[in-house]
Design a protein around this ligand. Structure first.
Ligand SMILES: Nc1ncnc2c1ncn2[C@@H]1O[C@H](COP(=O)(O)OP(=O)(O)OP(=O)(O)O)[C@@H](O)[C@H]1O
Ligand SMILES: [Mg+2]
Length: 355
């Protein structure tokens, strides 16, 4: 089996290192289309970080979180070792040999103490803050939450996400205590974040997109692609790492690419056919709307001539539906929408041309 080494991401890594070089002051949202390589980039960066930093990486993907208890279990990494009296003592004791951890370390007895509390979120934030205060005497803590949208709708009295945002603001802008990164490929969640008044001026956005042409060609060059094969790859897949990987692993590049397009086309046809029978419901704010097939087709038609369009004037339920179904990607920071990948764009063009 071919082992694929991590490739490039120099520009994005430099941007993150610039953020890390200065005092924590803003929350950084890392976003981008699906499968663009956000998690891979962050995981790689964590391994390469200088000793002065301590990353705490929490990935919410696939975690079933229905309440504060579940969130606590994901956020913390319980240390079964002997109980300690308080956070400061514990943080001091583990600082010496703290490697890469997933979750914030906490001794069992302190975890149980939080777990028993009525307002768990208050105590959880208090613990993390005190833990970071102690850690920051020697190294700079970095809190990274991947797939943050998983708790986007979770209510613990009030929405947990708002409490979390407030806490992030406290860690960054107010206390300059820890760097905070939130990663997501859910554009509808990101759009909410982008329009959230409480985050105005308190966060920045960093896009991790598919590779550009030069990066793609260099990547494929490492695996012996000829110029023709590189062209096929770019024409069908642009710089989507996960698709390029498929081609690297396949012996007949041209055939594999065509097959993947056929699959995408038939999925899209099926989706449009499905809309002949039903009108999916989309909630926008407090109201629910029905999605009409003709509106979906109108939005898709815009991609016949353009790879990327601006958001203005699009039918909102149709737009949300296509974004929710991961056909389109919305970049609220630039105010544009584009297909999730090159293969999506090709499929849209083929299906709409024959519709
Ligand atoms: N820089 C890279 N070098 C080599 N392979 C990469 C790179 N980035 C991504 N990949 C490959 O692409 C796959 C998808 O990447 P990854 O899961 O990081 O994307 P993502 O943006 O986090 O996806 P999602 O939108 O699902 O969160 C990975 O399994 C990895 O093998
Ligand atoms: Mg990811």
């Amino acid at each position: 089996m071919k082992r694929i080494a991590f490739h490039d991401r120099e520009r994005e890594t430099d941007e993150i290192m610039n953020v890390l070089d200065s005092e924590p002051s803003l929350i950084t949202f890392i976003y981008g289309p699906i499968n663009s390589g956000k998690t891979t980039m962050v995981s790689h960066l964590i391994k390469e970080l200088p000793e002065d930093y301590v990353p705490f990486y929490v990935n919410l993907r696939g975690r079933f979180i229905t309440g504060c208890e579940d969130f606590l279990n994901v956020l913390f990494e319980i240390d079964e070792g002997g109980g300690v009296g308080n956070v400061t003592e514990y943080a001091k004791s583990i600082l010496k040999d703290l490697g890469v951890v997933s979750g914030i370390p906490i001794p069992m007895n302190l975890f149980e103490r939080i777990f028993e509390k009525k307002d768990k979120s208050k105590d959880m934030f208090k613990y993390i803050e005190q833990f970071f205060v102690e850690i920051s005497q020697k190294r700079t803590p970095i809190l990274i939450i991947d797939e943050l949208q998983v708790i986007g709708d979770l209510k613990v009295n009030d929405f947990l996400i708002y409490k979390l945002f407030n806490f992030f603001i406290r860690l960054t802008k107010e206390m300059h205590l820890a760097h905070v990164f939130a990663v997501t490929s859910d554009s509808l969640f990101l759009e909410r974040v982008y329009n959230e008044a409480m985050l105005e001026g308190r966060c920045r956005y960093l896009m991790v997109d598919d590779f550009d042409y030069e990066t793609t060609a260099a990547f494929l060059g490492k695996y012996g692609f000829t110029d023709d094969e590189k062209r096929v790859a770019w024409d069908y897949f642009g710089g989507k790492p996960v698709h390029l990987l498929e081609l690297i692993r396949s012996d007949e590049k041209d055939k594999a690419a065509k097959k993947m397009l056929t699959t995408k086309v038939s999925q899209l046809k099926d989706l449009l056919d499905y809309l002949n029978y039903t009108k999916p419901r989309i909630t926008i704010g407090e109201d629910t709307y029905m999605v009409e097939k003709e509106d979906v087709v109108s939005v898709l038609k815009r991609f016949i001539g353009d790879e990327c369009i601006d958001c203005e004037g699009l039918n909102r339920p149709a737009k949300h539906f296509l974004i929710r179904d991961n056909i389109l990607f919305l970049d609220p920071d630039r105010g544009v929408i584009k297909p999730q990948s090159r293969i999506h764009l090709l499929a849209i063009r083929e299906v709409i041309a024959n519709a």
